[in-house]
Write a protein that binds this ligand. Structure first.
Ligand SMILES: Nc1ncnc2c1ncn2[C@@H]1O[C@H](COP(=O)(O)OP(=O)(O)OP(=O)(O)O)[C@@H](O)[C@H]1O
Length: 325
């Protein structure tokens, strides 16, 4: 097993933020080296230095360096639901955490102007991001997820009452920030199909959308509307996640289904979109989330469920034509 964290730490010391996307595949380690602004001799010198540092940490592991001088625009993954309260924010935060845990260079934007809640979920309440003029630097939250939120643009405790262009500008400020080595940004969308959604489609088109629903018929009907919106905007649907599926009793462990069972999977099949997985209704999800410790950072079945969903989303991002695997 290759210790990616060890390589990442060793390389970070000498790479000055130029290395990203460190990953292991089939026993080899690959990474992206941003060589923008360096002359050819300095590029080679940096690559050699990285290789020797990585080899010192992991001597027998083949290493692949991909040099790039282009500014990399992160891919956006919209997480949406038809209605509020189905766990869209919970899924977004934990998806970003699980993607990062799997070695992906993921970040998170909270674009939910109606109730930005991610600062709490990532343990960043009251933390203001640094900025250079109007351009902000994301703050690392729980699990090391770089993060920016609509809530950070508004005065504390004030409701956000932006409409049309204002909402669009706020979204741009979050998306066009100094994302550094982040390659994929999970965007927690507001529920429904309002100004933020339109601005997203027109200015910051996501590569795909993840739809969240509870197993209930009503929530599923709303989810279908969200799916219709993205279809119309020609944003591919990565898949549907069923949240609050099967209640696990904390006392006896019995599983019951307050919102029904399997509804989202059946609906996904009917709609011809992939089913990404289900997250159980579990009090530990709420307690950990409220404490700013995303459950995806844990070791139990809930963390496993988030990891499986993150893996499927990651596979899709790497090869959208290959579908969800
Ligand atoms: N699987 C789950 N098990 C237990 N509680 C959950 C689960 N998913 C979400 N919750 C809890 O349900 C509440 C609503 O979740 P969340 O804020 O993620 O929903 P949302 O769809 O983003 O809502 P809103 O549209 O209001 O932002 C939160 O208190 C959250 O901790």
């Amino acid at each position: 097993m290759v210790d990616i964290d060890k390589i990442e730490i060793a390389v970070a010391d000498i790479a000055h933020g130029r290395v990203s996307g460190i990953r292991e595949k089939d026993g080899a380690v690959s990474m992206i080296v941003d060589v923008a602004g360096l002359d050819p001799a300095s590029r080679d010198a940096l690559s050699e230095k990285i290789k020797s540092v990585a080899a010192a940490v992991a001597p027998d592991v083949p290493l692949r360096l991909l040099q790039t001088a282009e500014r990399i625009v992160p891919k956006l993954i919209a997480v949406a639901s038809g209605k509020g309260g189905v766990g869209k924010s919970t899924l977004s935060a934990n998806l970003a955490v699980a993607m990062r845990r799997a070695g992906r260079a993921a970040g998170l934007v909270d674009a939910d102007i109606y109730g930005p809640s991610q600062t709490r979920l990532l343990g960043l309440e009251g933390v203001k991001p640094e900025a250079e003029g109007k351009k902000m630097y994301p703050t690392p939250g729980a699990g090391g997820v770089p993060f920016l939120s609509m809530g950070q643009l508004a005065a504390p405790g004030q409701p956000i009452a932006w409409r049309g262009p204002m909402a669009g500008q706020a979204l741009s400020q979050l998306v066009d920030a100094h994302w550094g080595d982040v390659r994929e940004i999970v965007v927690d969308m507001p529920p429904g199909t309002g100004d933020i959604q339109l601005s997203m489609i027109q200015k910051h088109k996501p590569v795909g959308a993840v739809i969240v629903s509870t197993p209930q018929d009503l929530a599923l009907m709303d989810a279908t509307r969200a799916i219709g919106f993205f279809n119309q905007a020609q944003v591919p649907i990565i898949g549907l996640v069923e949240n609050m599926a099967g209640y696990i009793c904390p006392h006896c462990g019995e599983v019951s289904d307050p919102f029904g069972r399997g509804g989202a999977e059946a609906a996904a099949a009917e709609l011809g979109i992939p089913f990404l997985g289900r997250i159980p209704l579990d009090i530990s999800v709420r307690l950990a989330s409220d404490a700013g410790e995303p459950p995806a950072l844990g070791d139990g079945p809930v963390a496993g469920a988030f990891a499986d969903i993150a893996k499927r989303v990651g596979n899709w991002l790497d090869d959208p034509k290959g579908g969800v695997r």
